[in-house]
Ligand binder design. Structure first.
Ligand SMILES: N[C@@H](CCC(=O)N[C@@H](CS)C(=O)NCC(=O)O)C(=O)O
Length: 175
C-alpha cells in the first residue's frame, strides 16, 4: 500500500480506495457518499417532499465518522498497539469511558427505532460499520438496542453480499 502505484490513488497509503471510470476516490465516507448519491436506497431523494431528510441522513454519516468513530479507534489503538505499555492499564478505562459516553448518547437517541432517522440510510450504513469495530471489545453488549441495531445492519442482504464478496477476495489460496 506504500508503493507509488497505490499512493497515486491514496495519498496516505491506506485502504479503501474506489475507482469508477477515470474517477479515483479515497476515504470511506467520501466513497459511500459518492455511491449513495448515485444509487437509490441509501439517501432520501432530494425531490421527495422532505428535503431535510437527506441533509439529516448525511449528518448521520458525518456523526458516525467524526464523533462516534474517533473514540472507538482510540480504544482499538490502546488495546492492540499500546497494551504492553507500562501506563496502558491506567489509561484503558479512560478510553473505554469515552467510548461509553458516546454509546450512551447514541443509544438514547436510537431508542427502540430500527434506524437513526426513519428509513435506513447511508447514515445507518456508516454508523453500523463504525460500531462493528467494537464487537470484540464486549462494550457494545452493554447497550442492547445498539446490538440489535448492528444486527439489523448485518442482516441486510446487501451487507451479506458485500461481506461474502470481501471474504472471497481475502480467502487464503487452497492448499
Ligand atoms: N479515514 C480513513 C481511514 C482508513 C484506514 O485507517 N485504513 C486502514 C485499514 S482499515 C489502513 O489502510 N491502515 C494501514 C495504514 O494506515 O498504513 C477511511 O475511513 O478511509
Amino acid at each position: 500500500m506504500k508503493e507509488p502505484q497505490h499512493l497515486a490513488l491514496h495519498p496516505f497509503g491506506q485502504i479503501p480506495t474506489y475507482e469508477e471510470g477515470d474517477l479515483a476516490l479515497f476515504e470511506t465516507g467520501s466513497i459511500v457518499f459518492h455511491i449513495a448519491e448515485r444509487h437509490a436506497g441509501l439517501l432520501p431523494p432530494p425531490a421527495d417532499g422532505d428535503a431535510n431528510a437527506r441533509a439529516r441522513a448525511i449528518t448521520w454519516m458525518f456523526a458516525a465518522l467524526n464523533t462516534v468513530e474517533p473514540p472507538i479507534l482510540e480504544l482499538a489503538t490502546a488495546r492492540i498497539f499500546e497494551g504492553d505499555k507500562p501506563w496502558s492499564k491506567e489509561r484503558l478505562p479512560l478510553v473505554e469511558d469515552r467510548v461509553r459516553n458516546r454509546l450512551v448518547q447514541l443509544s438514547r437517541r436510537l431508542g427502540d427505532a430500527d434506524w437513526l432517522d426513519g428509513a435506513f440510510s447511508a447514515g445507518d450504513l456508516m454508523m453500523v460499520s463504525v460500531l462493528l469495530r467494537l464487537k470484540s471489545s464486549g462494550i457494545l453488549d452493554e447497550y442492547p438496542n445498539l446490538c440489535a441495531y448492528v444486527a439489523r445492519g448485518e442482516a441486510r442482504p446487501a451487507y451479506k453480499r458485500a461481506f461474502e464478496a470481501q471474504l472471497a477476495v481475502n480467502k487464503p489460496p487452497a492448499g
